[in-house]
Design a protein around this ligand. Structure first.
Ligand code: PLP
Length: 320
């Protein structure tokens, strides 16, 4: 039995987006609300952390250590899970302490996480050093991988696919923001294990197409092994569009601003500037280009991240 804690608010609902669909003159649009998974404003990390925190507990760990960007949703949710289950938490964040502490960083601090700052080029090294120091002090550290994306974390999305299939609302396409790849890998494996016939399109947030395809295929295969299923995945079985990643990680362009604004004004839904804003911008562009058939059903799998809306860096562009 693979250990799992159950704290996510599941199943997440699937809602129709008829006004957005009408405004875009597009296919039928649905949204799966994984921004409502619970745990510190929810998001895709909750499902991954059910397995990762259970593994940490089963190993007798006392401290969760992870790394990410200054406004990392993964770090915010890991810090919350640590607080909830009685671990200490150390976060290695890339950047420098900002003049004003806002959004996810503010929440990291509220959850009592210790923050260590590093440069991007030194991230892996700093993480390793922090881990070793913590171990040598007897703090029993457990390393939560970047983005929660290893075979343990990806299990969360294998079972998310099972949940989606059991909701019996068929979709021809699932569109999802993809970055460290665990979410897409879990869905791709889950689709094969539980039998979802549609397509899963990852909109790359920050990686070139082939890098992300390779990462997702490898992770899906490894996660299959973790489940004792012999299932191999090749790169070309993983659908990725990286056209929208060109501006770079965390750079909010007019396309993300428009996507955030369309979801807000037509559906009363909030996206985030980094991940779901970019994935939705990609989906909207693909709709306009006629990529989907008019009678397709396209499900936007919302992975959360909205606290970043309140990060200082995005305020000027969003406040109009
Ligand atoms: C809100 C949000 N959506 C999507 C993703 C991407 O998920 P993954 O890293 O599993 O590809 C992240 C990752 O940090 C995220 O925070």
């Amino acid at each position: 039995m693979i250990p799992r804690l159950k704290f996510a608010h599941l199943p997440t609902t699937i809602e129709a987006m008829p006004r957005l669909s009408g405004a875009l003159n597009g296919p039928r649009l649905l949204v799966k609300r994984d921004d409502q998974t619970g745990l510190a404003f929810g998001g895709n990390k909750t499902r991954k952390l059910e397995f990762l925190v259970a593994e940490a507990q089963s190993q007798g760990a006392k401290t969760l250590i992870t790394a990410g960007a200054l406004q990392s949703n993964h770090c915010r949710q890991t810090a919350a899970a640590a607080a909830r289950f009685g671990f200490d938490c150390i976060l290695v964040l890339v950047g420098e302490p900002p003049a004003e502490t806002s959004a996810n960083l503010l929440l990291d601090q509220l959850f009592g996480a210790q923050i260590i700052w590093t440069k991007k080029s030194l991230r892996d090294k700093t993480l390793q050093e922090v881990f070793e120091t913590s171990a040598s002090k007897g703090q029993k550290p457990f390393l939560v991988p970047y983005g929660g994306s290893n075979p343990t974390g990806a299990l969360g999305y294998v079972f998310a696919m099972e949940e989606f299939i059991s909701q019996n609302i068929p979709a021809d396409w699932i569109v999802i923001a993809s970055s460290s790849g665990g979410t897409q890998a879990g869905l791709v494996l889950g689709a094969r294990v539980f039998g979802y016939p549609g397509k899963i399109l990852g909109i790359s947030v920050d990686e070139p197409k082939h890098t992300l395809q390779r990462r997702v295929a490898t992770l899906a295969s490894e996660t299959g092994k973790r489940m004792e299923k012999k299932m191999g995945f090749t790169e070309d079985e993983v659908l990725v569009n990286s056209d929208y990643s060109i501006p770079g990680y965390g750079v909010m362009t007019p396309a993300e601003v428009e996507a955030i604004s369309l979801f807000a004004r037509y559906e009363g839904l909030l996206l985030d500037p980094v991940y779901t804003g970019r994935a939705a911008a990609g989906m909207i562009d693909l709709i306009r280009k006629g990529f989907f058939n008019r009678n397709d059903t396209v499900l936007f799998w919302h992975t959360g991240g909205q606290p970043a809306l309140f990060a200082e860096k995005y305020q000027n562009d969003l406040a109009r």
